[in-house]
Design a protein around this ligand. Sequence first.
Ligand code: HDE
Length: 695
Amino acid sequence: MAKMPKRSDEITTEIGQGGETHQTSGGAAARMTTNQGLPISDDQNTLTIGPRGPQLLEDFVMREKITHFDHERIPERVVHARGYGAHGYFQPYKSHADLTKAAFLQKPVEKTPVFVRFSTVAGSKGSFDTARDVRGFAVKFYTSEGNYDLVGNNIPVFFIQDAMKFPDLIHAVKPEPDREFPQAQSAHDTFWDFVSLMPESMHMLMWVMSDRGIPRSFRMMEGFGVHTFRMVNAKGDMKLVKFHWRPKLGTFSLIWDEAVKISGADPDFHRRDLWTSIERGEFPEYELSVQVFTEKQAEKFDFDVLDPTKLVPEELVPLTPLGKMVLDRNVDNFFAETEQVAFCPSHMVPGIDFSNDPLLQGRLFSYLDTQLSRLGSPNFHQLPINAPKCPMANLQRDAHMQMEVPKQGRANYEPNSLDPTTPRENPKTGFVSFPAPEAGDKMRTRPESFADHYSQAALFFKSMTEPEQRHIVGGLSFELGKVKNLAVKKRMLGHLQLIDTKLGDQVAKNLGMEGMADTLKPAVVPRNAKPSKALSQYAKAPQSIAGKKIALLTTAGVADKFYGALTKAAKAEGAQVAVIAPKSGPIMTNQGKEVTPDDFLAGAPSALFDCVIVAPADDQVETFLKEAAAIDWIRDAFGHLKVIGYTPAAEPLIKKAGIGTDEGVLKLAGTDFAEFITQAKKHRIWKREPTLRSF
Ligand code: HDE
């Protein structure tokens, strides 16, 4: 018998070039097999003739592995491709039987499992998290009466009124087709060309250009069902509703320069934030509420509740809280769960129903269709993440990737008399559409009641605090500044004049285009609405640093007492301290306690944190004085309006950074962080902003 040559992996292991044999001494690892269950003897080397000879087509083990790999990707979502998900539960505060018979809203003791996926819209799967964009906020409730998908956004209105325009909107915002750029950006000609020709987009544009377009965290983001839905109780009484999600931590945003810098420093900023919070046991929580109103009330509103470019001001209809959602578990596998989850607004349960909103009606078609293309089979509901957690039975059969083995033998049809166990419909407990009377001519038209495109855009702008208004001006100035076509810019300036002359004038000034706005004639003259405080994030922001991150820029020899007191103070507020040191290896405090930094200076710019403290050991500031990253760290923290605390030892660095002074730049005395925390609770030092940038 020929002597077997020594396996190459046995040799390479010794010289550290990979190809280890993975023989664990404890024998805990599972036996590796092919997809057919055949034990694999060698997962490192392809079958060849001799050690340096040609490879054999016969190597079915290698071919199976490579073939599977070649087919690993499925088409990414055409919109909302970049997203991140988590598991959790929903629990109602009390029974809402008066409003709806939906099973998951009946018993306060009952927790309904949920899966949530947050997303950006325009960018592809590998794009970055902090793009200026709408965020998806899609929730799948695995209820006892079937899966209910509330597929919403973080903005309560939409760009268009009719689903027919959706492909155009998305074509316009996606990378331009000849050059395939820009990625994940609306700041380019085709997007602004399209929206400048669509007055109905103006309200939504105000929201996307505002702070809402660059959220601080998925944990600090509101969500909205957007469309008007119906809720129906057991007696058949129907009310109209609008859905709202409110984050327990409050709604916060980045500022533009920060978002741009984060996209380079940590493209995964939002997913990392969600993942780490859940891993740390700090479970994000959101309150679900509805605005409830009757059709009669709706008729009196000065907008049409079927128009998805309009919101119902909370001053008109306040929120009724229904319950809370807690996200308490990360996925085990991103692809199997987050990528394969298939949301469809048509996944409905008894007690909730659709309205005639034309955008919603179009969506009821689109999502099922898109899942067929993405997941490749009408059996996508069998994937574990999509499968209902209640019993499911019908007579749909076969198709690609059928995972089930139906036990009904002969009778896969009904009615049948051969098999009494076949699933049958139930008129009493089954889903019954609300019997809304409908009549009319067939036509392709837009209701006249949808024609006022400026009043609510103006209402939104007017309802913002001063910094929020500044950011809308800044957002528009930046995006239109990137547009090359002059006619598009002039047209947009014309729309802005109709929304608010102050807004229009400021953007024109920032573009260097004063007096160049087109004169546009609105279909309906905008009304002068009262501001709605509920629309402003900062007017209702909690004074809190819960869920936020304090960065401590420090060195070896940091005072043990200082570090301990800061960690304690942060914990008491529900915040987290991230230690940033010059290098990533462990450092010792002045008492010899070992601290492993969360990150190292060059890899963790201050843009990644909510507020910062600079506290090198007494004799270590020199380390920072020669580091551009340290100087930028301080300058950016100041430029991003953050609260900065520093110890006396850090003074030379603060000086060198040349930042200004205000109540947000604090020299820390000893271990008392009370003033630092009070200032940090303001989120940012807004009054610093006008002194730093014109837009
Ligand atoms: Fe979507 N949308 N959409 N959309 N949408 C999709 O479905 C569509 C709209 C929203 O995390 C797609 O599975 C049409 C409004 C979210 O998996 C697709 C119209 C709102 C997500 C689709 C709209 C949304 C999607 C792409 C105009 C807020 C991500 C992949 C009528 C209320 C869900 C997919 C996830 C995804 C179609 C407008 C929210 C193509 C035709 C309005 C959160 O089916």
